[in-house]
Design a protein around this ligand. Structure first.
Ligand code: ATP
Length: 298
């Protein structure tokens, strides 16, 4: 394989303004200077994996604009192969984020070019898929595009899905997830109702829908890995949390990479928990992702 991990997903520019109070309907407030950061779950995962040392490629779409160039620069600086990043068709996706002093935020996402990553683009990237040991996706691109990835998945490749933002999933997608990686809210939407009992019970309800394995992320409580054989808790690494943005993306990328390298699920999740913990000790998403040396030093 040329790539340890191919990420198929979104790339967004995060446009962040600090405010004293988030505006209500019809209201205008003054805020801080604008900060623009590279983000989007797909782009975040690719940067996280590459910083750890995984040979990583990204299949995504950005606009032919300054935000698109910002995202490409960030990928290349991390060492991601961007030959699969398509340019044009719509403006680069953006997330408009206002953050108040308590850290609470309001976010509006304009998918832009992410919404124009089509099944045809997946078909045209056949060589990239064949060159990749693990393929990872999220749901900030059209579901039909994710379905095409699943249909085109080469024999022997592993598929990892973080269904975020969550929606009900077709059985053919669920059936190949190894693992399906969800937090509590995502688990609830995928199962299609209130979750009862413990995370172990949620994992069982998710497994009944068909995935080969499930990982439930529990923030500062760590994670749970589960498959037909049983389940295991993975404790979180105790750190001073500064900013949890992107922790889930860093965790997912690290987990996907280590599973592809042959680690057992609990071992891969323990490593991913260290990566997630390192990511929460620094502000920002992509800039907070650790190198392998930083994970080892934690
Ligand atoms: P996101 O908010 O980025 O979508 P998520 O809800 O999918 O994230 P989390 O459970 O918040 O995912 O974080 C993923 C992993 O990162 C956790 O399973 C845990 O191992 C680690 N992690 C997250 N927050 C903390 C924390 N405060 N302290 C230590 N580890 C953490």
């Amino acid at each position: 394989y040329d790539y340890d991990l191919l990420v198929v997903g979104s790339a967004n520019a995060d446009l962040v303004i600090g405010v004293e109070r988030r505006p209500g309907a019809g209201e205008t407030v003054l805020g801080s200077d604008l900060a623009v950061h590279p983000g989007g779950k797909g782009a975040n995962q690719a940067v996280a994996a590459a910083r750890l040392g995984a040979r990583t490629a990204l299949l995504a779409r950005v606009g032919d604009d300054g935000n698109g160039r910002l995202l490409l620069d960030s990928q290349r600086a991390a060492g991601v192969d961007t030959a699969g990043v398509l340019v044009g068709g719509a403006p680069t996706g953006v997330a408009l984020i206002t953050v108040d002093p308590s850290g609470d935020n309001s976010i509006v996402v304009s998918p832009g070019a992410n919404g124009k990553l089509t099944p045809e683009d997946v078909r045209a990237a056949d060589a990239l898929l064949r060159a990749s040991r693990v393929v990872s996706a999220q749901l900030e691109i059209p579901l039909e595009t994710v379905v095409e990835v699943v249909r085109r998945l080469p024999e022997g490749a592993r598929f990892v899905l973080n269904p975020s933002p969550p929606r009900e999933l077709p059985a053919e997608v669920l059936a190949v997830c190894d693992p399906l990686i969800v937090n509590e809210h995502e688990a609830q939407v995928i199962v299609g109702g209130e979750l009862a009992g413990s995370p172990e019970d949620w994992a069982r309800a998710l497994l009944a829908l068909g995935p080969r394995s499930v990982v439930v992320t529990l923030g500062a409580e760590g994670a749970l890995v589960a498959d037909a054989e049983g389940s295991a808790r993975v404790p979180a690494v105790q750190v001073e949390a500064v900013d949890t943005t992107g922790a889930g993306d860093a965790f997912t990328a690290a987990l996907a990479w280590r599973l592809g390298a042959g680690s057992a699920p609990a071992e891969a999740a323990a490593y991913a928990a260290r990566v997630g913990a390192a990511a929460v000790t620094k502000a920002g998403a992509q800039v907070s992702f650790p190198t392998a040396e930083e994970v080892a030093a934690l």
